[in-house]
Design a protein around this ligand. Structure first.
Ligand code: NAP
Length: 303
């Protein structure tokens, strides 16, 4: 990876994705600052300057620091109110500060902006979220697109678009929709409880056979985000894994990877019986990512 002379600000560097992206970011950028909120990392990731900042303080940080790029991963959604405050209003402030100061924005979004009725989804399929997390992320996407389209008014190039439609804007924003960010070893926060159940260290878990996603390897997502931070691609991009797997199939993969008996820790179940508003098939098409990214999107590791 080329090392750029530029400055990067990562929001949410204390989160799962933020922690994964910090090492490749430090290798790729001359200067990297990362924000945290409630969980101060025990040690600074090498090459990253840590800064405490609540979401509403980040716009001022952008104006003061004047990074070249902001990689926005911070999010919280324990309640609908929190999702609105952090995901919707937090992203609005960050997008406005970036657009005003000419800072490129790489905004991390989710496959859950879709309703799960017509997967696999392409970048230009219309979002139709079924839960408040997806709704907040979809609204944040709309805000980023609108703020950057407005900032580009009067420029000779076309407004917010994806690279397939024409030349990318020199600066601008990327909305990266990703899926379950997955690592078997060390286990990501969703893999860890499944592994604990498979090892008999926790009660067995029920995993849905009728709910599909395209899990992406954590290191592949991190590499793609750094590449996008350095590129001039503007628009929406799906960065997910190449396999469509049910939650249960994902559990079977974890068991196989560790050579554990799946029957000991995971049980198949039906999302449709759960009584929850959960999208059934949020698998993503990644044809565009394959065309525009040098970073590869691998299947999950096999034993
Ligand atoms: N992980 C996945 O499978 C997945 C899948 C699709 C999309 N995404 C998207 O990827 C992004 C990162 O997800 P993640 O799994 O890394 O989430 P995470 O582990 O929960 O991390 C969230 C980050 O946001 C920060 N944050 C939370 N509330 C904040 C506030 N009020 N002000 C400032 N910072 C705040 C947290 O800081 P503290 O911990 O220090 O409080 C943390 O650094 C999110 O935008 C999410 O929607 C994730």
């Amino acid at each position: 990876m080329e090392r750029s002379a530029r400055k990067l600000l990562i929001t949410g560097v204390s989160g799962y994705v933020g922690r994964a992206v910090a090492p490749p970011a430090a290798a790729a950028f001359a200067s990297v600052t990362g924000t945290y909120h409630r969980h101060a990392p025990a040690a600074s990731p090498e090459g990253v300057t840590l800064t405490p900042a609540a979401i509403e303080e980040i716009p001022a940080l952008i104006r003061a620091l004047r990074p070249d790029v902001v990689l926005h991963t911070a999010a919280a959604w324990r309640t609908e109110e929190e999702a609105r405050a952090v995901i919707v209003e937090g992203t609005r402030g960050i997008a406005l500060a970036c657009a005003e100061t000419g800072v490129r924005l790489v905004h991390l979004s989710t496959d859950l902006v879709f309703d799960g009725e017509r997967g696999p989804y392409a970048e230009d399929d219309p979002p139709a979220p079924v839960n408040f997390y997806g709704a907040a992320k979809a609204e944040a996407e709309r805000i980023v697109a609108e703020v950057f389209s407005r900032a580009d008014e009067g420029r000779p190039s076309t407004p917010f678009h994806s690279a397939q439609d024409g030349p990318a804007l020199p600066r601008g924003a990327v909305i990266v929709r990703t899926s379950l960010v997955t690592c078997f070893d060390p286990p990501d926060p969703r893999t860890a409880p499944v592994l604990a159940a498979l090892r008999g260290e926790a009660a067995a878990v029920t995993l849905f056979t009728d709910e599909y996603r395209c899990p992406v390897r954590t290191e592949d997502l991190a590499a793609a985000l750094i590449e996008l931070a350095q590129s001039d691609f503007a628009g929406v991009l799906h960065v997910a894994g190449p396999e469509r797997l049910s939650r249960y199939e994902l559990g079977l993969r974890i068991a196989a990877y560790y050579g554990l008996n799946p029957a000991a820790g995971i049980r198949p179940g039906l999302s449709s019986d759960s009584g929850m508003a959960r999208p059934r098939d949020c698998s993503l098409r990644i044809d565009l990512a394959r065309r525009v990214l040098r970073a590869s999107l691998h299947p999950l590791p096999k034993p």
